[in-house]
Design a protein around this ligand. Structure first.
Ligand code: PEP
Length: 239
């Protein structure tokens, strides 16, 4: 499967930073790898316009489950599509923690995203306490079952395994632990569903992680804010 390397820029930078970072990623995009960048909402239109026709896709970091309406501060999936996004990250652990997002809520957002023509990247992952209690596989399996819409198995969607304790910490699970979770994910999804690993992916560990069975790419946070690091990770995914 062609790998996907996705950058989650979270709530960082100015519009000028976003434009420069996108251009640096575009200029260095390696062959044989799909690249996706997910800027903050307010930067998305400008970045998507600059990437039009280029080998770098652009996505949102969230969307609302409703098509439109009185939802102050929220953004509909169709609005993301309208300004040039092709993907949307959903159910990131920071949103689950900061905004109380539930599996059912993520599922509703994913349905809205698919309905608007976006590819959802649905994030799942256990906390450190859950891993230490030996519950990681069961937690992730339950999140997948609760967060993926009916029919998702046949759709061109993406699932990202992001252990909460590995995000932004510099810590990663062992390769065996990543492979074990991805084997569970593969058993719950269609062979066409890309499975990403996310959590402290860096140029130094990318090759080993991306070489694991059923790891079809990476969702990258901190390292996606440095074009050279993001491109090095993408290069490690390439042929
Ligand atoms: C993320 O937040 O999706 C992520 C993977 O972050 P980081 O790479 O910084 O751990």
């Amino acid at each position: 499967m062609r790998p996907l390397i996705a950058g989650n820029w979270k709530m960082h930078g100015t519009l000028r930073d976003a434009a420069a970072l996108a251009e640096a990623v575009r200029a260095g995009a390696p062959a044989g790898v799909d690249l996706l960048i997910c800027p903050p909402f307010v930067h998305l239109h400008v970045v998507a316009a600059a990437m039009l026709g280029q080998p770098v896709a652009v996505g949102g970091q969230d969307c609302h489950a409703a098509a439109k309406g009185a939802h102050t501060g929220d953004v509909a999936a169709a609005m993301l599509r309208d300004v040039g996004a092709t993907h949307v990250i959903l159910g990131h652990s920071e949103r689950r923690a900061d905004h109380g997002e539930t599996d059912a809520g993520v599922r509703a957002k994913a349905e809205a995203a698919i309905g608007a023509g976006l590819t959802p990247i649905i994030c799942v992952g256990e906390t450190l306490a859950q891993r230490e209690a030996g519950e990681a596989e069961a937690v992730v399996a339950a999140q997948v079952k609760g967060s993926l819409p009916e029919g998702f198995l046949a759709a061109d969607g993406v699932v990202a395994y992001e252990p909460v304790w590995a995000i932004g910490t510099g810590r990663t699970p062992t390769e065996a632990d990543i492979a074990a979770i991805h084997a569970v994910l593969r058993g719950l999804t269609s062979p066409a569903t890309r499975l990403l690993y996310g959590g402290s992916v860096k140029p130094a560990n990318a090759k080993a992680i991306l070489g694991l069975p059923h790891v079809d790419g990476a969702l990258v946070g901190g390292a996606s804010l440095v074009a050279a690091d993001f491109l090095a990770i993408a290069g490690a995914a390439g042929p």
